[in-house]
Every structure is written in C-alpha cells, then in structure tokens.
Design a protein around this ligand. Structure first.
Ligand SMILES: [Zn+2]
Length: 429
C-alpha cells in the first residue's frame, strides 16, 4: 500500500523549543555535559544488557503485532572491544540504522539572536543525517565538543528532530540493507520499500482508529510501531539520567518525544482522510486488497496535501522566527498550557487512546480545509516543487473564512504537539 511518506512536522525542533520554553522548570534546568554515545556505553554497557532484555520482554507483552527481536541481537558489552563496536552493537540491539552518525551537535533556533550568539563551528546536513536529499539543508547545525556544557532545552529540541534523520530507515528485510535482513521486522508493511523515507513510516505513524473495512482490506495498517519506539527511548532516557548521563538522558527523551509529536499530525493517524468508508467505491476496496494502481492516485493526492500543509506551516513558522517575532500566534500555539489541564503525563498507551485518536478525529476537517485553501496543489507538491512555492501567497487568495479556519486548526494541532512534548518531559523529570 502506498502511504504518505512526507515528514509529519517538518522541523520538530521548532515546536519543541516553543513547547518546553513555556515551562519555567525547563528554563532553570542546569546545563548538562555533552559526551559521545560510546562514553555512555563504556560506563553503562554491562547494565544495559539486562535493561534492554527487560525492554524486549515488555514489548513482546504489550505491543500489538510486535515482531520479536532475534536473540542474536541482544546487547552484549565487551569492554575490550573498540568503542565503534559498542555503538554498532547498541544500535543493532535497539534495531535502529547502525550507520547513523550521531555526532555531538546542536541545531540552532533560526532567530537573529540565536544565530548572532553562536560561536561554535558549523556542521552540514550530511554530518548529522543519512538522507541524501537536501530537504533540511537550511537548518543550522553546529558541533559540540566532548565535555562541553550545553542547555537541556537545546539538547532536547535538537534530538526531537533526529529520528527523521535516518534512525528508522532501511530496517525491513526488503530494504536491501544487510541489517534489515537480520532485524526480524519482516517485510515493509506500508509504502515503497525502495524509497528510504517511506521505510520509516510504520514507526512514525499510528493507524489505530481506522474502520474495520480499512483494516480488513489491508492488514499492513495494523503493523505500526510508534509505541515500541516511545517506550524504548523513554526507558533509555530514564536510565541515562539516573546513572549520571544527563546529556544522553535528554537526547533519548527528545527521540521519544518525536514519535508522540508525529502522532499529533492527522495525516499520520488517518490513511485516507475525507474519504469515509461510506463514500469509498468498491474499486477502492479492491485496490487496497490487491489492485494498487486503481488506488495509488488517491494516496498520492493525500500525500501531496500532507506535504502542502507542512510546507505552508513551516514557511509561516520560519518567517516569524527569521524576523524574531516570537509572539507570532503560530509559535505561541505550541506553548498553550491550557491544553495540559488534566493530561499531565503521557503513557505508551496514550499514543493510541488519546493522541492518535484526537488526530484521527481532526483529519477529515483539516484535509477538507487544505483542499479548499490550496486547490490543485497536491500533485505539484508530490513532484517536489514545494520548496519554491510561496504558500502564504496562495492562501491569501482563498476565502478569508477558510484561511482562518485552517490557521485555527493548525494552532490547535500545534497545541497538541506542545502538550504531548510537555507530558513526556514531566514523566521523565
Ligand atoms: Zn517522524
């Protein structure tokens, strides 16, 4: 089945900064000392053997359709091995892409102030990511030195982007990677196995509330695993903090936040918004069950609208940040603390019962507004033209009531993004 391969929120770091900066306890958190992953593993490797074993048992007992991790991947720490071997074994034990560079670095918030204050050497997109395309090439990355002290908020925000840099690509047995053959995840359930970005979709989406007919037509929809990733990175975050490795504690925390943030995006919780089962023609169902060409167009259009929405939102956030307008309503929306009332912490199962449920419920209205605001734009975005298109200029041409409704929807979703981010902070603190 083809699914939308676009990233859920193009730059998670921007939302994470706004969401957490709203909490005084985050702003007053003492700086932490950066250390390479190998240093954390050198100190904690023997303890991680047991911890990751328990984590595997938890996943087998709690995650729907969980593909068990082959025993041979269990983490074993050999103190005499090369540090690069420790890292490789760790990434294999958590079944992430073992080629992730994971340097010590920060992403800079793109405000005039943050850019002017920076004194660290720059890094390129290729230094931090495995993706060949340059879609994040505008982000400002800078290198950290080993043992340098750094703000917790900057560590978390930077890390909250990182799962989209390749951590979860190439993990399936038909992705033509050597590790994918060994990881035991099976064949890629959703999207094109030859397209790297689509190989991460089943970890970054949660289709928990589709209709029985949709599930009946494609069992692949039941094989999405954000809960597994969220629990794993939270377990490691908590352990790293308690064992005196706060930098890795907060970096893992940022990774955990990413998956919850992704699920606040309606296009990551609903496969075909605006097409209720009642309106699906029989051809749709046939296509889902085995005649993909009849259905590909509908998916491509949804994917295109997803990309248009994100580009529009991203452009408005960046334009506010570049001008230093930190009180722009789209930025403030991430810091809407009234969203937190009564939902202060987030468990693994909140992803399914709360986060993806709200996102699924919002999908039809949002999709209809995208169609109205950007008529005919879906196909263009699919063809890669979104980076040069001025979306706010196009939105200006639409009916003001539609535009306001779309803005309100986006602010509401950003509020949910902020809420889940703070809920994970509170759970780990
Ligand atoms: Zn993602």
């Amino acid at each position: 089945m083809a699914v939308s391969a676009a990233h859920a929120w193009t730059t998670h770091a921007i939302g994470t900064w706004q969401a957490l900066n709203a909490l005084p306890e985050v702003r007053s958190e003492p700086m932490v000392k950066a250390e390479p992953l190998a240093s954390f593993l050198k100190d904690q490797g023997p303890v991680l053997e047991g911890l990751l074993q328990q984590e595997e048992q938890w996943a087998r007992g709690h995650i729907r359709n969980y593909p068990a991790r082959p025993e041979v991947l269990s983490y074993r720490h050999d103190k005499d091995a090369d540090p690069s071997v420790w890292v490789h074994r760790f990434l294999s034990a958590v079944r992430a892409n073992p080629n992730m560079p994971l340097p010590l670095y920060l992403q800079l918030q793109p405000t005039p102030q943050a850019l002017a204050d920076n004194h660290r050497p720059g890094l390129t997109w290729q230094d931090v990511s495995l993706h060949k395309d340059a879609h994040m090439a505008d982000n400002k990355f800078v290198a950290l030195r080993d043992a340098e002290f750094v703000s917790v908020l900057d560590v978390i925000a930077t890390a909250s982007d990182e799962p989209d840099y390749g951590l979860d690509i190439g993990l399936w047995e038909n992705n033509a990677t050597e590790f994918g053959q060994n990881y035991g995840f099976g064949k890629q359930p959703l999207g094109d196995p030859k397209h790297p970005a689509s190989s991460q979709v089943s970890f970054h989406s949660g289709y928990f509330h589709e209709s029985p007919l949709m599930y009946a037509s494609s069992g692949a929809l039941r094989r999405t695993f954000p809960e597994y990733r969220l629990h794993l990175w939270q377990t490691l975050a908590r352990h790293a903090m308690l064992s005196g490795h706060s930098y890795w504690g907060w970096r893992f925390a940022g990774w955990a936040m990413h998956y919850a943030q992704d699920l606040t995006q309606p296009y990551h919780a609903s496969v075909l918004p605006s097409r209720s089962v009642a309106s699906m023609w029989w051809g749709d169902v046939l296509a889902l069950t085995g005649l993909p060409q009849a259905k590909d167009e509908a998916y491509a259009q949804v994917s295109g609208r997803h990309a248009v929405l994100e580009s529009f939102h991203q452009q408005s956030l960046l334009s506010a940040l570049h001008k230093g307008e930190l009180n722009h309503p789209h930025l403030l929306a991430f810091a809407n603390l009234s969203k937190d009332q009564g939902r202060l912490v987030l468990t693994e199962f909140s992803l399914r019962d709360d986060v993806s449920k709200s996102a699924y419920a919002a999908a039809d209205e949002l999709d209809a507004l995208v169609i109205k605001t950007f008529p005919m734009m879906g196909n263009e975005a699919v063809n890669g033209a979104q980076s040069v298109t001025n979306y706010s200029a196009i939105a200006q041409q639409s009916n003001p009531a539609t535009r306001d409704a779309l803005d309100k929807n986006l602010r509401d979703l950003s509020g949910n993004f902020g809420r889940v981010t703070r809920a994970i902070w509170r759970r780990l603190r």
